[in-house]
Unconditional design. Structure first.
Length: 393
């Protein structure tokens, strides 16, 4: 009976001789998708420093927006000279206006955030303006959630800017639907397309290194079962190829093959061609995320715009001007707090060559509107009102 007890206990324990992973079926397919990290530093490295489409898109927008001339005006006049204009024109000893704004636009496009520091703003306008790196800056929220400071960290050291009053930091950020303090960058929206484009480039490089095909092959099928050339025949064929069919001066020269020799051309397989199309589609998605017409950065096969001039006009109207207007307004409002006067800083649309045709048409329509007063016409054109009021011409 004792042995029966032990036998019953042993029977209750199931035997497990096979591997626990036995029921799992091993499918021979592609592994899990490996995406690159989505942090700011990694995206900048892979999407800007390591991708030509991302690099060109950011440079094109930043340089075009930074080159726009700016005007400063209030409700009564447009200023030709003003301390704020002088500060913006020469923000610091190392940068001019274009360099400062190009760095600011670049930070916005790469990270979704731009930070400008005011130096020496104890009395009146700052003495200098500096753009700070967004990846080193963090927002310090207060008890109510609003920022009470900014913390800049580099080399293990931190510096805190107090933002309880008039902040020495101007934080310009893109719209982010799920973050209260930081903006959303086009680089994040294009992250998947950037991975696809970079992977396609690496695949093409690996193809060249490991499996590149020659343009063709000379196949020998001799008589009486011979499958290879004799040493003398081989040497003579190689010599003739090098002397008669290589180099620019021999381009297009016909090749005369003797009996038993046949030319077999080689090229990309259909799968290789589809892979190239995938890379081109990824390049268009990257340009789309940044708002750059693919035609402007040399992406082939794009027929969205009828010509280059139309694409350039759409680029300025839909991408450059909205960005430059928003950033200039934020900088102008921030500096107005130091100056103690309310002024508006904005791009001068009359000096944008890409919009010259549209601007001329608008001026002609407004000037020909006899039912509008002079003040109303100036307001429609974005000009300040005249000192003598809205009298008719």
């Amino acid at each position: 009976m004792v042995f029966d007890f032990f036998r019953r206990g042993a029977a209750e324990v199931p035997e497990q001789k096979a591997s626990a992973t036995g029921p799992v079926v091993a499918w021979h397919s592609a592994g899990r998708v490996a995406w690159s990290p989505r942090d700011t530093v990694s995206l900048t490295r892979t999407g800007f420093a390591g991708n030509p489409v991302g690099y060109r898109s950011v440079k094109l927008i930043a340089e075009a927006a930074a080159a726009l001339p700016l005007v400063l005006q209030d409700t009564e006049q447009r200023y030709d000279t003003h301390p704020m204009l002088s500060l913006v024109s020469a923000p610091n000893a190392a940068q001019g206006r274009a360099e400062l704004f190009e760095a600011l636009y670049g930070q916005l496009l790469l990270t979704g955030n731009g930070y400008v520091e005011a130096v020496g703003a104890d009395r009146g306008l700052p003495l200098e303006l500096h753009v700070l790196r967004s990846d080193r800056m963090s927002v310090v929220p207060g008890a109510d959630g609003w920022p009470v400071g900014y913390e800049y960290a580099v080399g293990g050291r931190k510096h805190r800017f107090d933002a309880s009053g008039l902040s020495p930091i101007c934080h310009v950020r893109n719209f982010h639907p799920q973050d209260d303090h930081y903006g959303f960058s086009p680089m994040q929206a294009a992250a998947m397309a950037l991975d696809v484009h970079n992977s396609a480039s690496r695949w093409s490089k690996a193809l060249l290194d490991n499996a590149a095909r020659p343009s063709g092959a000379i196949v020998y099928s001799g008589g009486e079962g011979q499958a290879s050339l004799s040493p003398d025949q081989y040497d003579r064929l190689v010599s003739e190829m090098e002397s008669q069919h290589q180099g620019a001066r021999n381009a297009g020269r016909p090749m005369l093959l003797e009996g038993g020799l046949d030319w077999k051309p080689m090229g990309f397989s259909p799968s290789d061609m589809e892979f190239q199309k995938t890379k081109e589609a990824a390049a268009r998605e990257i340009a789309l995320a940044f708002g750059v017409p693919p035609m402007l950065i040399g992406i082939q096969g794009d027929a969205t715009y009828a010509n280059y001039q139309e694409a350039n006009r759409a680029f300025y109207r839909l991408t450059v001007l909205p960005l430059a207007t928003r950033v200039a307004a934020a900088i102008g409002t921030w500096l107005s707090g130091f100056a103690g006067e309310k002024v508006t800083l904005k791009p001068d649309l009359d000096q944008v060559p890409a919009l010259a045709a549209e601007r001329d048409a608008q001026w002609a329509r407004v000037v020909s509107a006899d039912f509008l007063s002079t003040g109303e016409k100036r307001a429609l054109l974005g000009l300040p009102a005249q000192a003598d009021g809205d009298a008719h011409d």
